[in-house]
Design a binder for this molecule. Structure first.
Ligand code: SF4
Length: 156
C-alpha cells in the first residue's frame, strides 16, 4: 500500500441496501473499530469527500443521485462498493427496477463482498481505496504540472 500523506474523508450513501451493510459501516465508526483514529471522517458533504462508500445496488430511482454525488466530489476520488448488492446487485438484481451493481452508475475502484460485509472487510476495502487514491493524486499532480508546462511554452 502507498504511503498516505493526508487523512481521507468519506461519504456514505445507501443505494438500495437492506441496511445490513449500513449497520456494518456504522460499526466501523463505533468505539470497537473506531476508524476515526486513522483520520477517516464520515462527512455528509460530497465536496469534502475523497472516498465514496456505497451500499446497495443501482436502481432507476437512485442512479441520478449516485452520479450527482460522485460528480460533486473533487478529483481525485475513489469509490468503494460495500456488500454483494453494491458489487453485483446481489439478491435484488432481478427486481423490476434494479439495474445492477454500483459500477453501472460510477467507476468502482474497490469491491468489498459479503452479505453483510464485515467491518474488518470494509476497513480493508477503505485502506485499499486509500492506496489507489494516493496513486491517483500522484497522477493528477503529474497531469497538472504537464498542463502548466504546456501553457508556459504556449505563452512564450
Ligand atoms: S449485501 Fe446483504 S446485507 Fe448488504 S445490502 Fe445486500 S442484502 Fe443487505
Amino acid at each position: 500500500m502507498a504511503y498516505i500523506r493526508k487523512s481521507a474523508w468519506l461519504i456514505h450513501y445507501d443505494g438500495s441496501s437492506c441496511n445490513g451493510c449500513d449497520i456494518e459501516v456504522l460499526a466501523c465508526l463505533m468505539p470497537l473499530y473506531d476508524v476515526e483514529r486513522f483520520g477517516i471522517i464520515n462527512t455528509g458533504d460530497p465536496k469534502h469527500a475523497d472516498v465514496f462508500l456505497v451500499t446497495g445496488g443501482v436502481n432507476v430511482q437512485n442512479l441520478p443521485v449516485v452520479r450527482q454525488i460522485y460528480e460533486q466530489m473533487p478529483e481525485p476520488k475513489v469509490v468503494v462498493a460495500v456488500g454483494t448488492c453494491a458489487c453485483t446487485g446481489g439478491i435484488f438484481k432481478d427486481c423490476y427496477n434494479m439495474i445492477g451493481g454500483m459500477d453501472h452508475a460510477v467507476p468502482v475502484d474497490v469491491y468489498v463482498p459479503g452479505c453483510a460485509a464485515r467491518p474488518e472487510a470494509i476497513i480493508d476495502g477503505v485502506v485499499k481505496g486509500l492506496g489507489i487514491l494516493e496513486e491517483k493524486r500522484a497522477e493528477y499532480k503529474r497531469l497538472v504540472a504537464q498542463q502548466k508546462s504546456a501553457q508556459r511554452k504556449e505563452a512564450t
